[in-house]
Design a protein around this ligand. Sequence first.
Ligand SMILES: Nc1ncnc2c1ncn2[C@@H]1O[C@H](COP(=O)(O)OP(=O)(O)O)[C@@H](O)[C@H]1O
Ligand SMILES: [Mg+2]
Length: 270
Amino acid sequence: MIKFNRITKVFEHVGIDKVIALNSIDIHIKQSEFVVVIGTNGSGKSSFLNAIAGKFICDSGEIILDDKDVTKKPEYRRADIVGRVFQNPFTGTSPSLSVIENLRIAELRGQRRGLTNGLTKHHRDNYLKLLNKLEMGLEHRIDATVGLLSGGQRQAITLLMATMRKPKILLLDEHTAALDPKAAEQIVKLTRKVVAENQLTTVMVTHSMSQALDLGNRTIMMHEGRIIGDLFGEERERTKTQDLLNIFNELRKNELLDDNLINLIQDEYY
Ligand SMILES: Nc1ncnc2c1ncn2[C@@H]1O[C@H](COP(=O)(O)OP(=O)(O)O)[C@@H](O)[C@H]1O
Ligand SMILES: [Mg+2]
């Protein structure tokens, strides 16, 4: 479903050395796999998702999505197969529009012009059903302006918008990191549900060690643009949160890591 063959992406920074954000990455993610990605700050996690989404074209290597070579395809030509949710609850939705208007826009995205853009009772009923399934009371807020909703409510709507057209691939970039613990927990629960219901091939970046092992069925560890660990099956089941922390502590001991580069937390609330 997602195949990287020796993918490399280098960023040039004025005045400092260039950064190898992705360093010859090889990976194969199978259909319906739910992969959780952890790693230190700047290790290339977001770049990994950006490479899948086509936010930039990579310097070398090959990317195959859904059996198609998309290596040179720009973002808009992959949009029909990729849905995304970012960390900031403010990026996924239009704050001045209502919930129903945001949902309609998401549904129309990528469709040919000339289709009816209006909002009929049919749309409203359909969206009410979808909102109801979120179990966050949002069916009562369908006409509310999105800007008035909480961060958790907005992330729930963004998740719905990213998946309502049933993308082949769902990309989640620390999508619970900006939320308070209770809202984060709700979004985690919702993520499990949406992914399972739609059998989505999912790649989720998190800084939460417990999410890294509790969610999904595979855990990838990144460091300096490389994949330094790949856990699945029995080995993953045996792995404890502390084992993951130990690996990153080891890197720090070897002075490969600066203290303040560590952005991984062992959540107490989760
Ligand atoms: N658009 C960009 N322009 C320049 N440098 C970038 C860009 N995106 C990422 N980088 C650099 O690439 C490295 C990896 O970044 P990123 O993938 O965002 O890391 P992570 O998500 O793991 O924190 C960092 O050193 C970052 O500064
Ligand atoms: Mg990132």
